[in-house]
Write a protein that binds this ligand. Structure first.
Ligand SMILES: O=C(O)CCC(=O)C(=O)O
Length: 305
C-alpha cells in the first residue's frame, strides 16, 4: 500500500513505518526539533561520503550558471577550515539522488503539516578534525533570519550526518522550544549569515531572547546514528561545537520549503530589499518575482496524494 498517487512520491509499507507518529508531530510542534528513524541505509550514507569526496576533488554534474552574491563555496585554496558548499543538490547528482529519496520529503511533510515539500537549499558541510579550529564553531542562530524573502513561517531543515554523530564531533545542538519564543532585538544585521557575525553578539542575542520569554536555555545535542537525521523548525535556535573526535564531521544541511512558500519583498530599515541567492538563479513568476518553485533549483521532494 502507498500513500501517494504517483510512483515518484510513493512509500512502501516499511517506509510508512518510518514516518513520525501523530504524537511525534505534536512533539516537534512543541520542541522545534525531531530525531528521525533510520531513513537511509548504510550503503546510501556511504554513497553520500563517496560522492562528497568526488565533489571535493572537483567533480560537478553541472555548475551554477552565475555565482550568487552570498554563495558559501569552499575550495581547496581555502585550506583546512570548516567547509560549506551550497547548492549541492544542483551540482552533484550522486548526492541529489539520495537526498531525493521520498521518505525524507514525506517525513518533512508530516512535520510541517504540508501537502508538498520542495528543496529550498542544501549545503555540504565538513568540519575538519582539528580540535581548536575556530571556524568549526557554529554560533547560536536560527535560519528564518536568512530567509526573509520567503513567505513561509514553516520552513524546516534536515541535518544529515554521514556517520554516527555525537557531541565529540560537534553535532548540531538545538535550544529546546525556542521556535515558540517571541523575538526581540532583531535588526538588519540578523539577515547576515552567522559566518559574517560576531559569536559573542549571537550568544547575547540568545540569552536576551530567552530572558524576554522567561525561558530557560536548554541545549539539546542531537545524537544521530548513521542513517538517521534531525529536523529543526526555521525559528529554532541551534549551533554546534568543536570537533574533537579525530575524524571529520561530514553532513548536509538540507533546507526545505512547504509547497505554499513563495518570494515576498522584505525591506530593511534603509529601504533595501533583502535578496536570497536564488534570486539571481531561478525563473520568474508571472508577476515578475523570483520563483521559489523553479523545478531546476527547488524541485518537489514530496507531494501528498
Ligand atoms: O553544522 C552545524 O552544526 C549546523 C548547521 C546549521 O546551522 C543548520 O543545519 O541549519
Amino acid at each position: 500500500m502507498t500513500i501517494s498517487v504517483t510512483e515518484e512520491f510513493a512509500l512502501s509499507e516499511e517506509e510508512r513505518a518510518l514516518l513520525p507518529t501523530d504524537e511525534e508531530v505534536e512533539r516537534y510542534a512543541r520542541d522545534g526539533w525531531y530525531l528521525t528513524r533510520k531513513l537511509f541505509t548504510d550503503e546510501e550514507v556511504d554513497e553520500l561520503t563517496a560522492a562528497s569526496e568526488r565533489f571535493y576533488a572537483g567533480e560537478r554534474s553541472r555548475a551554477l550558471p552565475v555565482r550568487p552574491p552570498r554563495l558559501a563555496y569552499w575550495e581547496p585554496a581555502d585550506g583546512p577550515v570548516q567547509r560549506h558548499n551550497d547548492y549541492i543538490h544542483y551540482e552533484s547528482d550522486g548526492i541529489a539522488r539520495i537526498l531525493r529519496k521520498p521518505i525524507l520529503g514525506a517525513v518533512a511533510a508530516r512535520l510541517a503539516r504540508a501537502a508538498e515539500i520542495r528543496i529550498f537549499q542544501s549545503t555540504l558541510i565538513y568540519k575538519p578534525p582539528i580540535a581548536g579550529e575556530p571556524s568549526n564553531l557554529v554560533p547560536w542562530h536560527f535560519d528564518r533570519h536568512y530567509w526573509q524573502s520567503c513567505s513561509s513561517e514553516d520552513m524546516l531543515t534536515a541535518f544529515i550526518p554521514f556517520h554516527d554523530c555525537g557531541v565529540e564531533m560537534g553535532t548540531i545542538t538545538m535550544v529546546d522550544g525556542s521556535h515558540r519564543w517571541e523575538e526581540i532585538g532583531a535588526d538588519d544585521s540578523t539577515t547576515r549569515h552567522f559566518a559574517e557575525r560576531d559569536n559573542n553578539d549571537l550568544e547575547r542575542m540568545l540569552e536576551r531572547n530567552a530572558a524576554y520569554n522567561h525561558a530557560e536555555v536548554r541545549k539539546v545535542p542531537m545524537l544521530i546514528p548513521k542513517g538517521h537525521m534531525s529536523f529543526h523548525h526555521c525559528r529554532t535556535y541551534h549551533g554546534s561545537g568543536a570537533n574533537v573526535s579525530g575524524r571529520p564531521r561530514r553532513a548536509i544541511s538540507f533546507h526545505l520549503q512547504p509547497g505554499a512558500n513563495e518570494y515576498r519583498a522584505f525591506h530593511l530599515t534603509n529601504g533595501d530589499v533583502v535578496t536570497y541567492n536564488h534570486d539571481v538563479l531561478v525563473r520568474r513568476t508571472d508577476d515578475g518575482r523570483p520563483d521559489y518553485a523553479d523545478p531546476e533549483f527547488c524541485p518537489v521532494l514530496w507531494r501528498n496524494a
